[in-house]
Structures are given as structure tokens and as C-alpha cells.
Design a protein around this ligand. Structure first.
Ligand code: SAM
Length: 222
């Protein structure tokens, strides 16, 4: 079955609803070793209509953010929250569970938005899914969550510059990251550190030390 025929059925077929390693109170449709998504190469995925199925994995940064939010619900309770680059929806779903007033979750991959919808329903929470590149926009969010977004230079630079602007006008910016190449450590305050179970096939290890960081707004330009 291709994605185009029925995106939700594709996700249910290729990913199994299961508890998240570091936040087992949440259940997500994730690929595991019973799913061929693990082993398919780029051309095989393309034949199915899939590009980079990030949504099929709970990335280390998203897992750490979810754990931190579930353990510290006051960070989001009653707030308007944006989960940027939501993937499976893990951080958005944790924020909704923790009592956020409204949660929006964005991703540029339409399949991620379908996965988010399935996963939010599986966890009985409401999250608004938006398929768009919102970098540069400001809808007045109180809290912005960003799990594992510093894996690529151009993305990380655009995202951090934008998040910095949101931070300077008073938004709380929380980043979950295991120390990817383009993480701007000098701009971040570490709030917590976790040992997060990850997929060996993705990370070449079974547990990754992963932190939740708060962005410290830089000095105003000019
Ligand atoms: C490594 S995954 C992280 C997913 C999730 N936050 C987590 O921690 O499990 C990165 C995600 O960023 C999304 N992404 C990349 N560029 C984006 C952009 N400009 N706007 C929104 N999402 C983007 C990808 O589609 C992918 O779902």
C-alpha cells in the first residue's frame, strides 16, 4: 500500500502503537524491528511515497522533552504551546496531557501531521496539527517546544534565530537535544538530563544522554 492511497492506513500498517521508552504513559505509532520501515532504503521508501519517516520514531530530544513536561506540568499548564517539528507529535501530546490550554503542532511533512492525529487520538488529547513551515511567524505562543531540530546546519540556524526572537518577547523556549552537531550550547541553560532509550539502528547506541535546555535570549541586535 502506498501513502497516497490512505495515509492513516499506511501508518497503522508500518508502525505499531506502543508505549514510548522514556515516557511510557504515552503511546505512539512507532516503527520497530517488526516493521520493514527500519530496513527500507531511500528508493524503496520513495516507491511507497515516503520521504524520511521521522514521524515513525520517538527521537531522543522529543522523548526528553516529553518526560520533562510530564514531570513538570507547570511549565505548560494553562499556556498556549507550539510544538515545532513535531514528528510523531510526542512533545505536543505530552503538553496536552500536562494541561496546556491549547497545543498546536507543526511539521513540513504531511505524513507527520497524519501520525500526530492518530497519536493524539490514541492518547485521548486534542492537538491542532498544522502542515507548514512556520519559521519566522509568531502567533503569540507562550511556550515553544523543539525536539531534536539541530541535526542539520541550515535548519538549526534558521530555527534558533527565530526562537531567539520569540524568547526575547517573553516566550519560554524549551529544546530537547542529545547534543547534535548544530546545537548552540553557549546559548542554552540546561534544565535536566536524562538517559533516553533510543533505536540502535538510528543512533548506533541503545541509550543516549539527552538534555532539556531553555534558550537564553541573546542581546538585542543593533
Ligand atoms: C528528528 S525529527 C524530530 C521529531 C520530534 N520533534 C521528536 O523529537 O521525536 C525532525 C522533524 O523536523 C521536521 N522538520 C524539518 N524541517 C522543518 C521545518 N522547517 N518546519 C517544521 N518541521 C520541520 C521533520 O519533518 C521531522 O519530523
Amino acid at each position: 500500500m502506498t501513502v497516497r492511497a490512505d495515509p492513516a492506513a499506511f501508518i497503522r500498517t508500518h508502525a505499531r502503537l506502543q508505549p514510548v521508552g522514556h515516557a511510557p504513559e504515552l503511546r505512539l505509532h512507532l516503527a520497530d524491528d517488526t516493521s520493514p520501515l527500519w530496513r527500507l532504503g531511500e528508493s524503496e521508501l520513495a516507491a511507497l511515497g515516503v520521504v524520511d519517516p521521522y514521524w515513525a520514531f520517538a527521537w531522543a530530544g522529543g522523548q526528553a522533552l516529553a518526560r520533562h513536561i510530564l514531570d513538570h506540568p507547570a511549565l505548560v499548564a494553562g499556556r498556549r504551546v507550539l510544538d515545532f517539528a513535531t514528528g510523531s507529535g510526542i512533545a505536543a501530546i505530552a503538553a496536552a496531557r500536562a494541561g496546556a490550554a491549547e497545543v498546536a503542532a507543526v511539521d513540513i511533512d504531511p505524513l507527520a501531521i497524519t501520525a500526530l492525529g492518530l497519536n493524539a487520538a490514541a492518547n485521548a488529547v486534542a492537538v491542532e496539527g498544522i502542515c507548514a513551515d512556520v519559521i519566522g511567524r509568531d502567533a503569540g505562543w507562550d511556550v515553544i517546544l523543539a525536539g531534536d531540530v539541530c541535526y542539520e546546519r541550515s535548519l538549526a540556524e534558521r530555527v534558533i534565530a527565530w526562537l531567539d526572537r520569540l524568547g526575547r518577547r517573553g516566550a519560554r523556549v524549551l529544546i530537547g537535544d542529545p547534543g547534535r552537531a548544530w546545537l548552540p550550547r553557549d546559548r542554552l541553560e540546561k534544565l535536566a538530563e536524562y538517559q533516553v532509550p533510543v533505536a540502535r539502528e538510528l543512533e548506533d547506541m541503545e541509550v543516549r544522554r539527552t538534555a532539556v535546555w531553555q534558550l537564553r535570549p541573546g542581546p538585542t541586535a543593533g
